[in-house]
Design a protein around this ligand. Structure first.
Ligand SMILES: [Fe+2]
Length: 458
């Protein structure tokens, strides 16, 4: 009897050792892939096939990772036209003071504003200030620093011009112009972000009149990697002056996008705790969607019951947000395309089934998307034109030059691009540029007085 028990315990021990070994090997192999950056992030369809990066939110940041560097400020708009937000990176102790004034010379006398601090990744902090009561169309100057440093520097040497930045509060009632930037993420190395930063600088030289920028998700490859965020934020200098609004892509995390939510300003008028929101500028309502919400990975992570209830909330919010916008143009921003280059391994079918009927009924006019790393503009699809862009170094390996979907009117897959979009009361002009700022496509959407919608393309 004792012998049989002993034998069984040997067997159990052996099973336990083998199980531990298998689990250990699995964890090691996952960690190795993540640490060495070998996770399959190279292409749109291969990405989704592996669960769309669902594991990366649980990666533990190594202590050796460099801290997010100080600086990296950017400006975002609030829901209300007179509100702007400025945020920046720093160590735990700051600097956390912002001064803002209409004239450079008034900075010294302006009231110092203490920023709100949030820990983004371990030992890396983001500081954020809300400015309200601003005048649309007016330029303001700002300076970030510590109370003592600012006072010392200014009393010794007057205004520290090098640290001064300025921004213009977008006007609300007139025409609005903005730039759309799809997927800035890098392909081979974080150094690719330099080229992306240069593209944004060339864009701003070409179109200094733009009121703000919209980034359509996938700013980084792995959302828990500080070096990825540093690479991206280091090249965001244009957005120290030009307001930028964003949505998360699948690379900001599919199961959740916590780092993204802490880093970027979310107006907070969407379903509770989610990265959905809207804002109005000019004659336009912008509706910003977190399309990763529709992935299987998110459903599994949230649990079917909670996800289903939240999805209904998203649908009612979308319906109401479109309805309440009145006669304004309605622009949807979603990372995953509704009509893309292909339907493989994306959530296009889910968006078409769940959200597209609401967009159609609500009279959406233009959909901006990314994810598949090419430029494409569709024909009018039931009242909507869909424009896909990519501003970073990733390129689609799918498009062969002859396999464009029947609904596409324009495709460009030779490299990074950006879209300048002007919206007036009666039309939208879309002009797409490559990284050298040469035009690759142009189109116009018109609203006719008699017909509800009448569209022409150049
Ligand atoms: Fe992407």
């Amino acid at each position: 009897m004792a012998g049989r028990i002993g034998k069984r315990s040997h067997i159990i021990r052996a099973i336990a050792i083998v199980t531990c070994f298998v689990i250990g090997a699995f964890i090691y192999s996952c960690a190795g892939r993540i640490e060495t950056g070998e996770m399959d992030t190279a292409d749109d369809h291969s990405m989704s096939r592996t669960g769309e990066n669902s594991a990366v939110e649980s990666v533990v940041i190594s202590e050796e990772a460099p801290a997010l560097q100080i600086g990296k400020a950017f400006i975002s708009m609030g829901e209300k036209e007179r509100e702007m937000y400025i945020s920046w990176q720093a160590g735990e102790d700051g600097p956390r003071i912002l001064r803002c004034a209409e004239e450079k010379t008034d900075i010294e006398e302006s009231v110092p504003i203490m920023a709100h601090r949030t820990e983004i990744l371990r030992n890396s902090y983001r500081f954020k200030v809300k400015l309200s009561g601003l005048e649309p169309g007016k330029r303001y100057w700002y300076e970030i620093g510590s109370l003592e440093d600012q006072e010392d520097a200014e009393s010794e040497a007057g205004i520290d011009e090098e640290n001064l930045r300025s921004f213009v509060v977008p006007e609300t009632d007139s025409e609005v112009s903005f730039v759309y930037l799809g997927d800035p993420q890098f392909d081979k190395s974080v150094n690719d972000y330099e080229a992306w930063g240069k593209l944004t600088e060339r864009m701003y030289e070409k179109a200094p009149y733009v009121d703000f920028a919209i980034i359509g998700g996938d700013m980084v490859n792995i959302p828990t990697r500080k070096d990825h965020w540093n690479g991206f934020l280091d090249n965001c200098t244009v957005f120290e002056e030009l307001p930028v609004m964003t949505i998360p892509g699948n690379h900001e995390g599919v199961t959740s996008n916590n780092t993204y939510k802490k880093l970027f300003h979310n107006i907070g008028n969407g379903p509770d705790g989610e990265a959905f929101y809207y804002f109005d500028r000019g004659s336009c309502r912008f509706i910003m969607l977190d399309s990763s919400f529709l992935t299987k990975a998110r459903q599994v992570d949230m649990g079917k019951a909670l996800w289903t209830a939240r999805e209904r909330e998203v649908e009612s919010w979308l319906e109401k947000t479109l309805e309440d916008s009145g006669e304004k143009w309605k622009i949807i921003v979603t990372h995953h395309p509704i009509y893309g280059m292909h339907d493989m391994f994306t959530v296009s079918k889910e968006i078409r089934e769940l959200w597209l009927p609401i967009m159609k009924a609500g009279g959406a006019d233009l959909v901006l998307c990314g994810h598949q790393h090419a430029y494409m503009r569709t024909r009018d699809m039931d009242g909507m034109v869909h424009v896909m862009g990519v501003s970073g170094s990733k390129r689609s390996h799918y498009y062969t030059g002859i396999n464009a979907p029947a609904y596409s009117e324009s495709i460009y897959s030779a490299g990074p691009n950006y879209q300048i979009i002007k919206v007036t009361d009666d039309h939208i002009e879309i002009t797409s540029y490559n990284e050298k700022s040469s035009i690759i496509d142009a189109a116009r959407i018109e609203k006719d007085i008699n017909l509800p919608y009448f569209r022409t393309f150049w």
